[in-house]
Design a protein around this ligand. Structure first.
Ligand SMILES: Cc1cc2nc3c(=O)[nH]c(=O)nc-3n(C[C@H](O)[C@H](O)[C@H](O)COP(=O)(O)OP(=O)(O)OC[C@H]3O[C@@H](n4cnc5c(N)ncnc54)[C@H](O)[C@@H]3O)c2cc1C
Length: 244
């Protein structure tokens, strides 16, 4: 079933399952009559989820990556970082209950894997884990991948199990917010990387993403078309929007 907001098609859905994948990552699964009609197949595709706001304000749209899509059942799972009550998305995820109703728009974008790439470099904070996990799962067998991932602590690492040809460098932000410590930037700069014919995907906190992208372009001389990057959020800014 559809409604329209700003000329965009919205899908009416209901929450059917909620599990904590890690202490700070909550998987929320929704079902909707119109979801089986959606064209979902690329890693990193995302939807605008309209979450409740306090008071009489209309629902707020927030971007979340499609982590799982069950076409037959018409179900989509989002993995949401629980960063507290300072934003409606995180607040909603912290309080979600089975039976909650919400509208979603999309799907949008998604990452085209270059199957001829010799190697892959991925970098991101906790918000990028759903997309990076999907990209790692979709990479051709034998394609070397190096991923630099910042999460709060060791308990968050169980989110993702890499294949033997995939190397994960985990960074722990501790009491700071993943993506804001400079740890990923330093790890990428210090790493020995295969940059010949590589493909790069970076997402997470905006300043972190920009710093890594600049390093790969200017210092490592990776060509611009080989790098896809997105600022998924920005420290101190609500509903930050930016792509590449
Ligand atoms: C294409 C795309 C895909 C995304 N996929 C995912 C996903 O799968 N899972 C996911 O969790 N996020 C994902 N994000 C990021 C998510 O949309 C943002 O983190 C968003 O700001 C969360 O909304 P909010 O209402 O919780 O906070 P907002 O209202 O946007 O912000 C309120 C405050 O919280 C801060 N803030 C926002 N996000 C974080 C954070 N992660 N940690 C600490 N502080 C934060 C802001 O700086 C601001 O000060 C994605 C973003 C994009 C653009």
């Amino acid at each position: 079933m559809h409604t329209l907001r700003n000329n965009r098609t919205l899908h009416q859905t209901e929450v059917v399952d909620i599990i904590d994948v890690t202490p700070r990552m909550r998987r929320i699964t929704i079902v909707g009559e119109s979801l089986p009609l959606l064209g979902i197949g690329l890693p990193g595709q995302w939807m605008k989820v309209f979450v409740p706001t306090p008071g009489d304000e209309p629902p707020a749209g927030r971007a979340y990556t499609i982590r799982q899509f069950d076409h037959a059942a018409g179900q989509i799972a989002f993995d949401v970082v629980l960063h507290g009550d300072d934003g409606p998305g995180s607040r909603w995820a912290g309080r979600a209950r089975r039976g909650d109703r919400l509208d979603v728009g999309g799907p949008r974008a998604g990452h085209m894997i270059d199957r001829s790439a010799a190697s892959y470099i991925l970098a991101g904070d906790a918000t990028a884990l759903p997309a990076i996990a999907a990209i790692l799962e979709a990479l051709p067998d034998g394609c070397q991948a190096a991923a630099f991932l910042e999460v709060a602590d060791k308990a968050e690492e169980r989110y993702l199990t890499p294949r033997p040809d995939q190397t994960i460098t985990w960074l722990h932000s501790g009491t700071f917010v993943p993506g804001t410590t400079g740890l990923i930037e330093r790890a990428v700069k210090a790493a020995s990387l295969e940059t010949e014919d590589c493909q790069v995907w970076i997402a997470g906190e905006s300043s972190m993403m920009r710093s890594i992208r600049a390093h790969l372009l200017l210092d490592r001389r990776i060509i611009h078309p080989a790098i896809e990057s997105a600022g998924y959020w920005k420290l101190g800014t609500a509903d930050h929007r930016e792509r590449d």
